[in-house]
Design a protein. Structure first.
Length: 452
């Protein structure tokens, strides 16, 4: 009788999924009885902390994508979109497309690391008209948009239209929003020299944030430092405000009341005329998670102290899609790559423990620090208990994230991009890419699915 391999299936190729696969390879890479399988819609790991720098043209697009097959060499990889997860039958079903058949993959152990998608809070007009900063395509489309606005403004004579073309609104004052705003301002000020009719005072970059401060969870003094520096560079802040509407030409915002939950009764809606809204104001788990059989709370999978789904032994959830409460604050951990990687290490350890019938570890998270760059060689950081700001924080940010890029050739490419940015002006060429509507689901084929 042929002995079948035990299969560990990882869903998702983000920071959590890739880190989990790497650790499992260190445990079982030479074990012929264990097979590690990863399923992801993309065949690369996107280094999301550098997305804003792609949007500003500082870093080339391919330099922040790392092929999963080059990182996880002992993991069997499937590129595909997940249709269904059956925890009772221990099966994962993949959608078919016009070009390939669907598939059903059996598992013994499952790690769900499907991340999240942009949350528009039910505002269909915002979803239709706003730009996002979640994928590589988002960053490229945003850069093209910014250059397009400069091109249109250069030869536009209507002062009202010129003002709206050069107004850029970012919804969300978290890490993504702040870093995107800083990079956008850098690109606009650097590119302005090529557009003789555009003056510095013509450019507006506005951040809308629902909370009374930016960078929620960051050290308050450093967050204030960031706000002051960015304000000095010309970036505007509208705190305790939320976006209520965007039709492609006007953003409607409204002031929140004292409890920051409902619009103030007497507040009037403020209109900002702009052609460009960048949405970084929230995330939500992917539809695959929402329609699964697993119990959820606040839109996320419920897990125990071992990051295991309580009802199903051997099923774990990590990263943005898992609900794990910080015992210090009694609030869910924020969706960061640092936490995702820490959870991945614990889950890989616990899978090893399950297979070898030993004790599992409880997930306990200790932050190594936080960092953000706010534009023009300036950053903020909390590192080993120290609060650092300015040029030194910017240097630390670059060194830390460069060290996290797994492939040597990509490290060198990013480093060269940074050096080139110091020596030369940014390219203002606009690539005419057509934005395609994202397919939410793939059609089911009539053919019988393959089974592995």
């Amino acid at each position: 009788m042929v002995k079948t391999k035990k299969k560990i299936v990882i869903l998702g190729g983000g920071f959590a999924g890739v880190e989990c696969a790497k650790k499992l390879e260190s445990y079982f890479g030479n074990n012929s009885e264990i097979e590690i399988i990863m399923i992801s819609e993309d065949n690369f790991l996107l280094f999301t902390p550098m997305l804003p720098q792609v949007a500003s043209g500082m870093i080339e697009t391919r330099h922040i994508v790392l092929p999963i097959r080059a990182i996880c060499k002992k993991t069997k990889f499937y590129e595909g979109k997940i249709k269904n997860i059956d925890p009772f039958g221990k099966l994962v079903t993949l959608w078919g497309t016009v070009e390939k058949r669907g598939a059903v993959i059996y598992y013994d152990y499952l790690v769900i690391a499907l991340g999240s998608e942009t949350n528009f809070f039910g505002m269909a007009d915002v979803e239709k008209n706003a730009f996002t900063m979640k994928t590589l395509n988002d960053a490229v489309m945003l850069r093209n948009r910014i250059i397009d606005m400069l091109e249109q403004t250069e030869n536009e004579t209507d002062p009202i239209l010129r003002k709206s073309l050069l107004t850029f609104v970012i919804a969300g004052g978290g890490f993504a929003g702040i870093e995107t705003a800083g990079e956008i301002m850098d690109l606009l000020l650097d590119a302005r020299k090529y557009y003789s009719t555009i003056q510095k005072n013509d450019i507006r970059v506005i951040i809308i944030e629902s909370l009374p401060m930016i960078l929620n969870g960051f050290n308050q003094k450093l967050a204030e430092f960031a706000k002051e520096k960015m304000t000095h560079r010309g970036i505007e802040f509208k705190l305790k405000n939320v976006v209520t509407k965007f039709d492609g030409t006007e953003v409607s915002i409204k002031l929140l009341n004292e409890n920051l939950k409902e619009p103030a009764v007497e507040s009037e809606i403020e209109i900002i005329r702009t052609k460009t809204l960048i949405w970084t104001a929230g995330v939500t788990p992917v539809n695959t998670i929402k329609r699964s059989m697993f119990k959820m709370e606040k839109g996320k999978l419920i897990v125990n102290d071992f990051l295991e789904v309580p009802e199903f032994s051997g099923v774990f959830a990590i990263g943005d899609c898992a609900l794990f409460t910080d015992p210090k604050t009694n609030r869910p951990f924020p969706p960061t790559g640092q936490i995702a990687e820490a959870q991945a290490k614990i889950v890989s350890y616990n899978l090893n423990a399950l297979i070898k019938n030993s004790d599992k570890k409880i997930f306990e998270y200790n932050s190594k620090g936080q960092m953000a760059i706010i534009g023009k060689r300036t950053g903020i950081a909390t590192f080993f208990g120290m609060n650092i700001s300015g040029f030194l924080a910017w240097i630390i940010w670059r060194n830390v994230y460069l060290s996290k890029i797994a492939l040597p050739d990509k490290k060198i490419r990013v480093l060269l991009d940074w050096i080139i940015d110091l020596l030369f002006d940014r390219d203002v060429s606009r690539l005419k890419l057509v934005k395609r509507d994202t397919e939410k689901e793939y059609k089911v084929l009539d053919e019988i699915d393959d089974v592995w």
